[in-house]
Write a protein that binds this ligand. Sequence first.
Ligand SMILES: *Cc1c(COP(=O)(O)O)cnc(C)c1O
Length: 379
Amino acid sequence: MSEERLAGNFRAVAEAAGAETDVLAVVKANAYGHGAERCAVALARVGARWFGVADASEGARVRRALDAAGFADAEILVMLGLGGRADWLSTVESRLTPVVWTEAQLCCLWGWPGSLVHLEVDTGMGRQGVRPGAELDAVLDLIGAAELVLDGVMTHFCAAEVAGSEKTREQERRFEAAVAQVRAKGLRPKWVHAGSSSSVDNPARGGGSEWLVGLAKSVGARAMVRCGISLYGYCLAIEGAGAGAGSRVRAALRPVMTWKTRVLDVREVAAGETVGYNATFTAPGPMRLALLPVGYADGLRRELSSTNAKPGGWAMVRGGRAGIVGRVSMNLTMVDVTGIDGVRVGDEVVLLGDGVTADDHARIAGTISYEILCGVHAG
Ligand SMILES: *Cc1c(COP(=O)(O)O)cnc(C)c1O
């Protein structure tokens, strides 16, 4: 994990988001597999003040790390909300700010007047969040009755990487209506946040934008965008009609994760010998193969396997591309080093890093960089 690259990515994202929009650093899911504590501290050092974690236990770990590093004033948002009363006690203990949206969650906070909450509005994602209208009014009344402090109002876009998305426009309109309801109740949140990495990257963005800044100002709040994947150096491709306008930060991002292993054994195989489970690969001629002590148990996707007919993924050895040969198994993988001179037992092998990215793995495995990064369990 390169703290320098993480810091550089944060700076690039903050610059693209603009001076009037803060960037909440999303470190949930153990910072997308990069280590939440280390990443949070590194990001705090370059100016991050808000951090997004999945749940209270992850929040507690991040809080301890930030406190120890001297960032006691950092704010930590628990994005999955409150599971119940016990969750709330650890939330208080670790000075976390929960995302709330249900009456049941607000009832957990009864008896804790003055507690800060961020209210999530469902404007079209259809997962968590209160819907604008009567549902929102009822929740706002409950926040008032429990004497909680509405510190933030947020929503999440479901198609932030689509340029000129009609769905995003619709979500923006619903969020505007929700913020107007908040204002009508006389509530004055400090933060209005929406949008993710894709919103900042999208040339026709809906998130960290003039729109968001204007909306935040309408209730006297500051705008914020919540970025995860871009801090780790990746971004979804911009899609849709306006995609030709390119992207706003992608070119400045550098992958933060490097995943390495070492060659466990090297063997020469003769033409006709098969390699790995189900003999899906037969050496067409003499080859030299390197055995790697890594497999799908560590997060090296099984879709990276190859057959004679279909190439798979690759690793980088001594600066050369070593294609995966046969099936990736649980703890072992073979790669072809026939064309790479001098490969020996103990040589360093790059599974993710220069020459092979999480986007390469994702393309072959039919998924997104997020899932590849979260799936790496390097020892
Ligand atoms: C994970 C998450 C984000 C960050 O998304 P990226 O695409 O990684 O930038 C932002 N907001 C919410 C609500 C999330 O769950």
